[in-house]
Structures are given as C-alpha cells and as structure tokens.
Design a protein around this ligand. Structure first.
Ligand code: GDR
Length: 394
C-alpha cells in the first residue's frame, strides 16, 4: 500500500468530533518506553527504540494495555534482535492482533511518520523517541539534534498533514536536562532553562516547538518535564543500572571493579512506573499544559553506590578525590569502585532537584516509590538476573 492509498482514506474519513474520536483509545508510542503502555482503545507511541531501551517501551505499553488502549509502537530496524523486553506483548500481537502492533519507523523519516499516523489514526501520541544518552550526544551532536529536536517537529507535522491536529493528544518527553546549569532550586515549570549538552539543546527545541504548535494550531500538545526515572529495565549504560548491575556481578564474583565518572552529580531519581502514570494523566486533562514530574528529593551518584553496595552487606571506604577517588570494601580491603575520567562529560549538570507541586495539585499525581526502595528493587533484580545467567552457563 502506498501513501497515496492511505491519505485519501484519511480525507474521506469524515472525522467525528474530537470527543467522539477519542473514545476509540488508540495510543501510538515512539521510543523504547513503548513497553509501558498497553491498550484496547487507541494510542500511538513514537519511539526511537534502540536495543537496550526496549524495556522502557515495554512497561509503558503494559500500562496502556491495562487501561484498554490499542497500542501501536514505532521501532527502528536493527540487525540484531531488539524486541526482547517486549516479548510477552509481541506474542500477544499474534493472538490479539487488534491490541498491540509494532511499526518500523524513524523520527528522521517524515514520509514514514505520515504513513504510520494515517494508518493508525491514534487518539494519543507519546513521543518518547530519542537518542537519550547525554554523554553520547556530545559525540553524536548532529544526529541527536536531528532525531530529538527536528524529530518532534516531524511528528507534529505528520499529525497536521493527516488533518488530525484537533483530534490527537500529543505528549512530548521533555526532560530535567533542560534546566542544566543551576539557576534556581527546586526546579519547576517556571524555572528558566539552561541546557548543558547537545541532548539538552535538542530537547529545548522540542519543548518549544510543542508549545508553539499548541499556541499556533490549537493542538492538545503537552510537555512532561520528567526528572530521572529508573527501574530494573533501565538501559545498562545509564548510571543507576550500571551500578546495580555491577554490584550484583561483584557480589557474585563476576566483576572486580566498577568504573564511574562524576560521583558528586546530584539527581532527583524516581521509579519509571510512577512516571508512566503521570504521563498518561497529563493527556487526560481538560486543557493542555506542561508539568514537572519529580520526587522533590535529590541524591548523589556516590550515595546511590553506597546504598546499592549496602544492600549486599558491603561497606565502602572512600579515599582520594577527583580522578584519583576509589571506594574500598572495608571487609576485604579490595578496591571495588574507581573513578575513570573517560566518563566525565565536557559540561556537567551538577544538580537536579524537581518541584512536583503543580502535578500533585492539578493531576493528583504523587510518586509512590522512594529512593531506598528504588535502589533495592534494581539491585535485587540484577542479582537474580546475574545468578540465573550463572545457572544457565552451568
Ligand atoms: P542523565 O543520566 O545524564 O541524568 O540523563 P545518567 O544516568 O547517564 O547520568 C546521571 C549522572 O551520573 C553521572 N555519572 C555517570 N553516568 C553514566 N551514564 N555513566 C557513568 O559511568 C557515570 N558516572 C557518573 C553523570 O555524569 C550524570 O551526572 C538521563 C537520561 O535518561 C536522559 O535521557 C533523561 O532526559 C534524563 O535522565 C532525565
């Protein structure tokens, strides 16, 4: 089928009122957090899913499916198998083909996005697709700008091209990286932005184009400014999962040392499960608005490391500072944590501390999982996963 076959279909649709149209509940998700939605209604999720991020797509998909949405995901083609964390949903695709469907696509490909929107006719679009690694964005700055910045524009324009701008609700995955250098804390919807990476700069464009299309074309388009949200499904190159994975492997004798960058960075870490609910709530309001989702607490990378090792009864002694810093297992005297400057960023975001007051007041949203429970859940999951790998090998 060609685009020409599909577009007249949209034109002939004789679209019902936006209220009637939304009753179909069809979600489209771009990006790996697709896994968090699930559905029998109608939502489109746009995700620039890379193999290590499929787990996040999967939890979001589960959430929406449970709410009765029909869920569509956009994933990039990969030469390696990249739907592992969607496996349970993927099987579902064969048994209940009308509930969950994956489409090959890319935020750098406008024609493809128009085609998918025309085919799916989503009621909600969650743009979670991105090159989402801040450090990598310094090495792939142009690509990051293209996908994270212009990709958002392409998706918004695909909705307009299909004549659905008054019918589709659009969620933009904005980020606490917009705040970058500290201007004020805690950071809220009114705090000025000062991005510190090509990723943050690309997301700044995406934030404003979303606001601009809302104001220019009356689109229901919202930014969720999410602070760091983690879970056992987090990609292994992000610091929380890198730590939980290493703690498990060191405990099981499979790794000797964990190498990290800036231990002093402070982050407002919450659980992804709580944030998915917040994302959905943002699209269920009478009026489109932007919201911060955060815990309102901040912890250092060093604290995360200490808590994670404490869970497996290892106490650390810190020595040296800057690039020389090490963490020694007090009981064995072995150095098990070392700073490696290769993980430093050319410009760092030193402190993130969010103020979720507006989301709590307007959405009735509140995070449920606290910092200790998050660290515990991640280390426990990696201990199990790492131990079962040993069993498999045996
Ligand atoms: P972040 O997450 O950049 O906040 O962006 P990440 O986990 O990569 O870094 C958090 C902090 O930890 C410091 N750090 C290290 N980071 C990594 N990845 N690896 C290390 O070895 C390491 N050592 C120290 C970093 O310098 C940083 O200060 C995440 C992403 O998911 C974004 O896409 C999202 O927008 C924001 O969270 C909210």
């Amino acid at each position: 089928m060609s685009l020409i076959d599909v577009l007249p279909g949209i034109a002939k649709l004789n679209l019902p009122s936006p209220e009637e149209y939304r009753k179909r509940k069809v979600a489209l998700i771009s990006g790996t957090m697709l896994s968090l939605f699930d559905g029998r209604g109608g939502c489109l999720i746009v995700k620039q899913a890379s193999p290590d991020r499929m787990g996040r797509i999967s939890s979001r998909t589960e959430f929406l499916l449970a709410k009765g949405y029909q869920v569509h995901g956009i994933i990039r083609r990969s030469s390696s198998f990249n739907t592992g964390r969607l496996h349970h949903l993927y099987e579902d695709q064969h048994e209940r083909p009308n509930k969950f469907k994956l489409h090959y696509g890319d935020l750098s490909d406008s024609t493809n996005l128009v085609y998918i929107i025309a085919q799916v006719q989503p009621t909600e679009v969650y743009n979670l697709g991105a090159q989402s690694h801040v450090k990598v964005s310094f090495e792939m700055a142009e690509y990051t700008g293209d996908v994270d910045g212009l990709g958002t524009l392409r998706l918004l324009d695909a909705i307009r091209t299909c004549g659905l701008e008054k019918h589709v609700r659009f969620y933009q995955a904005s980020t606490s990286e917009l705040y970058g250098k500290v201007v004020e804390t805690p950071q809220s919807e009114t705090t000025p932005f000062y991005p510190r990476s090509p990723y943050g700069c690309a997301k700044l464009y995406a934030y404003w184009i979303c606001v601009n299309y809302r104001e220019s074309y009356g689109m229901y388009a919202c930014n969720g400014i999410l602070f760091n949200h983690e879970s056992p499904r987090r990609g292994r190159t992000f610091v929380t999962r890198k730590i939980s994975r290493a703690v498990a492997d060191i405990k099981l004798g499979k790794q000797s040392c964990l190498y990290l960058g800036n231990l002093d960075a402070l982050r407002d870490w919450g659980h992804a499960r709580d944030y998915i609910e917040g994302m959905w709530l943002i699209l269920q309001q009478d009026n489109p608005e932007d919201f911060v989702l955060a815990t309102g607490e901040t912890h250092s990378v060093r604290e995360f490391v200490e808590k994670a090792f404490a869970f497996v009864n290892v106490k650390l002694r810190w020595e040296g500072d800057g690039v020389e810093e090490t963490g020694t297992d007090v009981e064995t005297g072995k150095v098990i944590v070392r700073v490696d400057p290769k993980y430093f960023r050319p410009a760092e975001v030193e402190l993130l501390h969010g103020n979720p007051a507006k989301a709590e007041r307007v959405l009735g949203w509140k995070r449920r999982v606290d910092f200790d429970s998050l660290v515990t859940e991640m280390v426990e999951a990696d201990l199990k996963a790492s131990a079962s790998l040993i069993e498999d090998q045996n």
